[in-house]
Design a protein around this ligand. Sequence first.
Ligand SMILES: *[C@@H]1O[C@H](CO)[C@@H](O)[C@H](O)[C@H]1NC(C)=O
Ligand SMILES: *[C@@H]1O[C@H](CO)[C@@H](O)[C@H](O)[C@H]1NC(C)=O
Length: 352
Amino acid sequence: MIVKTYLLTILILFIHQQETSCFINNFQPLLSITYDTTSKLFLKLKSSFYHNDQCLIDDIKKNITELELMINKNLYGQHIAGSYVLAAIGSHLIDKNPSKPLTMIFHGKTGTGKNYLATMIANAYFKNGEDSKYYHFINSRSDFPLDGSIDEYKKLLYDMVIENLKTCPESIFVFDEVDMMQPGVLDVLVPFLNYKRNKKIHHNGYFIDIITNRAIYIFLTNTGSQEIIDTMIMLNNNGKKRNDMVLSDFEHLISLGAFNEKGGFYKSDAISANLIDHYVPFLQLEYEHIKLCIEYAFNSRDAVANDESIQDVMAYVTFEEPPYHRFSKSGCKRIEQKTATILYKNRSKDET
Ligand SMILES: *[C@@H]1O[C@H](CO)[C@@H](O)[C@H](O)[C@H]1NC(C)=O
Ligand SMILES: *[C@@H]1O[C@H](CO)[C@@H](O)[C@H](O)[C@H]1NC(C)=O
């Protein structure tokens, strides 16, 4: 009897060991089909399933040191977003089997660096950066125009996410301008954002098992940017300097609903089910930050900016109306192009 129990224990331990090592080392996703297992679709799905660990070998770099360097060097005026997002990505990377995918919303006006930070993440994550086939940038305005059918968009988005998670569970999805999206479209993402490591997902009449917890979803939106400025002014009037502001200074905006008033997340299931991990405020940029962007733009064209050339570019930058006049209207957006134009004019002036 004792021997039998002993053997049984060994057997159980052995099976357990097999299972865990299989999952962690080979990272083979399980495929289970609830219905007709002999159909052609089953065979097709099965064959498309097994290049799953390929993404790890191919293109995954996941260099958090590199992300930190890029943030410290080139993300101007965003000390809160920079340090917070770095920590969020870092902890997602360390956890081999997180309880859910990482989901973040970047809130702020155009030109504050939301896209820029997403690009930095792509570059630190994938060898091919933004060109990686596991980096998916979805422009809400052009990919899901307002006059189209919501149901069609939902199906497109759902299928797109499934296909890409099948190819690589560590895919990154970035949705730009979600405030310009029809309300409700993003609710289709709820099964993917949810807690549960391996998820049975309904797809074309079948249930398939899919690894959902290793992906990253980043949503970019202007929603809440006016509230962010108002909060900055209020804090400033209370004697708090910009660089001393912390994330919790902006957290009341979440409960006020300032971050989900319109667009893709309006009255959203994802928001009400708390599937968003981080609301990240991007602060409106001021003169000194625009200046850094201009200097960087000159440097990246092998030129050096002096006071005069900085003023030349700055002439194109517009600032808000009082009492917000400290803040630029569109941040560092198009600074690169403005700088290029000025350099070109100056060079052709030399030649004539
Ligand atoms: C990560 O990036 C840093 C900075 O670019 C570099 O020095 C380091 O070698 C990289 N690490 C790996 C493992 O590639
Ligand atoms: C324009 O060209 C002159 C002469 O080559 C140079 O001294 C000046 O710094 C240039 N200005 C800018 C904006 O690069």
